[in-house]
Design a protein around this ligand. Structure first.
Ligand code: ADP
Ligand code: MG
Length: 682
């Protein structure tokens, strides 16, 4: 079996299961190797007594088979039952459609039954428990069991078995030159995969993770460097001498630009005086006002005859930018059109926009990934801006710039990255950081509440709504196996609506909605037709509704700090006092982390503190929110590996820039295999 073979080549995966896997973007056998567990579970010691508080999932009981084992055939299925006792307390065991289990249940034998313990009116019961001999179970006790992200219909066991099959059968080779593996004492790729999925101990997992983090950074940096080397140094032919509209708007804004915003604009101006084309990364915490900076610079290009494009990661955000830009054009009487281009627009609408863009009209073009489709041809694109750039891949960012003839490239990011890391990740891009928040902002007031105090939070929201403000509620997370996220949000929103009755209109937003549905809800929220927006984390990116002054985040302890900070950034965007309430479910373990957010509203500081608190053991629990789309690596936690990889990649390419040596070819082969769609042009 090869990495690129269809997933159906794996034993036990038929078309139906393959379809489920494809929902998780797993289509090739090798994809499963990179589908790392979400977390690990350990098997518990068998319980010694049965009491009501032991009634949960994942319980093990040790018991001797004494009673009869019954097999019943109903027209619908086979049911196997028997009774065991734990310290004199009877437990009924039931299996459906597993008549063969009977042969394992030998009378007199002590066995371990593992599963969900339930209490019913007749007594305790376990359905479908897995059966182990004490020896088998003893071996499992010390191991970590992978727990994968699932989708409805796909069980953890199926994923586990499939991964096992791939590990056993797929042929793959290490591609990192031995010199580097030895130098950094990295484990082999095969072992790393084996141990990240089925670690026998925590230490093993740590070792495996380090190797996979190395690889992830290696792939990324190698790709960036290769793409970069293809671009020759390009002369700058842009000129933006006219500045009437630019000055007019800049000096008549209802607010004064912050120092960071002004400095950023000036730095951009200098970039454009240079003889070579350059690129700029604009970093600024949530709410620091990056949009207006982009708008002003784009306007500058328009009045010099160019077209200007901005790409956003979601339709909601693109639509919002579109509306903001339209209102600027109206308010300042600017003679320019604004066009929106998103995937969900009708073909005829798109064609109209394509035609406008292809004409030489200077205009603002705002869009999602739809902007980089082949059909989109600009006539005279002078500047391309990528908003929330960490949500895009390297390739997508580059594709946007190829839509013009060496346009000015600006990428914007709200995730604060220390300068040293940014230099590695963004290569030769120049960096502007907007550090200060706009003057009129009051710092957000935070509170960490226990789940029991939820009513307090609702009351507080009620008060804010009475004061004509609006609220976000970030809905509890669901385990994939329970309900779908959509069902959960809808149900939760229903409860909130009931609670608030006539006092508020409650809307609900989740990832499964169509882009139009999402836009519709967001527009109604922006117009204050909805006062409480119950949402999954889809609101995380960029949305701006300054009248929303309060946010309540359920299960706050299960999010990464950076993500919580981004979420919280949806409030505190106007001059009114804003509030964020973090609801903590259960354990105190995370209290300390939430305390950081409670005390600070500064993204840079939060990232640094978060890092201090995290040990090497925090693998998956508290991820940064999609930072650069890394899957296992974390640029903060693994900063040392990142700089190590950066040196290695540079060294490899300085010796073998085309990757034409044997080692180099191996690396290329690997890159192609992982991202065949990206490397088909190499
Ligand atoms: P982000 O940097 O997160 O993208 P936005 O660009 O969405 O932030 O800006 C958030 C809000 O702040 C907007 O309503 C914007 O009009 C406002 N804003 C931007 N700059 C300033 C400023 N200098 N003073 C006051 N408000 C500002
Ligand atoms: Mg933004």
């Amino acid at each position: 079996m090869y990495y690129n073979d269809n997933i159906t080549t794996i034993k036990g995966i038929g078309d139906k299961t393959a379809k489920l896997f494809s929902k998780l973007q797993l289509t090739r056998a090798g994809d499963l190797l990179d589908y790392y567990p979400r977390t690990y579970s350990t098997f518990p010691e068998p319980i010694d007594t049965i009491t009501d508080d032991k009634v949960t999932d994942g319980v093990a009981i040790a018991a001797r088979i004494r009673s009869q084992v019954y097999n019943r055939h109903t027209p619908r299925m086979d049911v196997t039952t028997t009774k065991v006792e734990v310290q004199g307390i009877p437990v009924e065991l039931v299996w459906f459609r597993m008549p063969y289990i009977r042969s394992q249940l030998e009378p007199g034998k002590v066995l371990i039954f593992y599963g969900a313990l339930k209490k019913e009116s007749k007594g305790y019961k376990m359905e479908q428990p897995t059966v182990y001999t004490p020896e088998q179970y003893g071996a499992l006790l010390s191991s970590l069991q992978p727990v994968y992200h699932l989708t409805k219909g796909l069980s953890n066991n199926t994923v586990k078995k499939s991964v096992r099959a791939v590990l056993d059968e797929v042929l793959y080779e290490d591609y990192i030159p031995c010199t580097y593996l030895d130098k950094h004492e990295l484990t082999g790729l095969k072992e790393a995969y084996e141990q990240v999925h089925f670690p026998e101990s925590f230490d093993e997992l740590t070792v495996a993770r380090r190797r996979l983090v190395y690889d992830e950074f290696f792939d990324f940096l190698m790709r960036v460097q290769l793409e970069k080397s293809k671009e020759a140094i390009i002369e700058n032919h842009l000129s933006i001498g006219n500045r009437n509209y630019y000055d007019k708007v800049r000096w008549s804004l209802p607010f004064q630009l912050t120092q960071g915003q002004s400095e950023c604009l000036e730095a951009m101006e200098e970039d454009l005086l240079k003889s070579y084309a350059s690129q700029r990364l604009v970093q600024g915490d949530v709410g620091s006002g990056k949009t207006i900076v982009a708008f002003l610079m784009m306007l500058r290009f328009l009045e010099n005859g160019y077209q200007a494009a901005i790409m956003a990661p979601t339709e909601v955000l693109a639509t919002q930018h579109y509306e903001t830009f339209i209102s600027y054009c109206r308010d300042y009487d600017l003679p320019f059109s604004v066009y929106l281009l998103t995937g969900s627009m009708k073909a005829a609408e798109k064609r109209q926009v394509y035609a406008r863009i292809a004409s030489d009209e200077p205009c603002f073009v705002i869009g999602t990934h739809a902007l980089i489709q082949q059909k989109v041809e600009f006539c005279n694109l002078g500047i391309v801006v990528t908003d929330e750039q960490h949500r895009f891949g390297v390739k997508q960012r580059l594709q946007l710039s190829t839509k013009g003839d060496a346009p000015y490239v600006v990428v914007m990011s709200a995730t604060p990255i220390p300068r040293t890391l940014a230099m590695i990740l963004y290569g030769d891009m120049k960096i502007s950081t907007i550090r200060s928040a706009p003057k009129n902002r009051l710092p957000i007031k935070n509170a960490v509440l226990d789940a029991k105090e939820r009513m307090k939070a609702y009351k507080f929201i009620g008060k804010e709504i009475q004061a004509s403000h609006q609220a976000y509620i970030i809905c509890p997370l669901v385990e994939a196996s329970e309900k779908t996220e959509a069902e959960n949000v809808t149900e939760y929103a229903g409860k909130v609506q009931q609670l608030f009755g006539d006092h508020a209109v409650v809307g609900c937003l989740h990832g499964r909605m169509t882009p139009q549905e999402k836009n519709d809800i967001m527009t109604r929220f922006a117009n204050n037709e909805i006062q409480i927006l119950v949402s999954t984390t889809v609101v995380e990116v960029g949305v701006n509704v300054p009248n929303a002054t309060v946010m309540m985040i359920e299960n706050a302890n299960r999010f990464g700090l950076a993500q919580l900070h981004q979420l919280r950034g949806r409030v505190g965007r106007g001059s009114d006092q804003s509030y964020c309430m973090f609801i903590r479910d259960g354990s105190d373990k995370d209290a300390k982390r939430l305390e950081i957010l409670n005390k600070s509203n500064d993204g840079f500081e939060i990232a640094a503190e978060d890092l201090k608190l995290r040990g090497p053991g925090d693998f998956y629990g508290i991820r940064q929110s999609g930072e650069m789309n890394f899957q296992i690596a974390d640029i903060y936690q693994d900063a040392d590996v990142l700089s190590m990889v950066s040196e290695d990649v540079n060294e490899i390419l300085s010796i073998d820039p085309e990757l034409s040596s044997d080692d180099g070819k191996e690396i290329l082969r690997h890159l192609r295999q992982k991202e065949h769609q990206i490397y088909d042009n190499l």
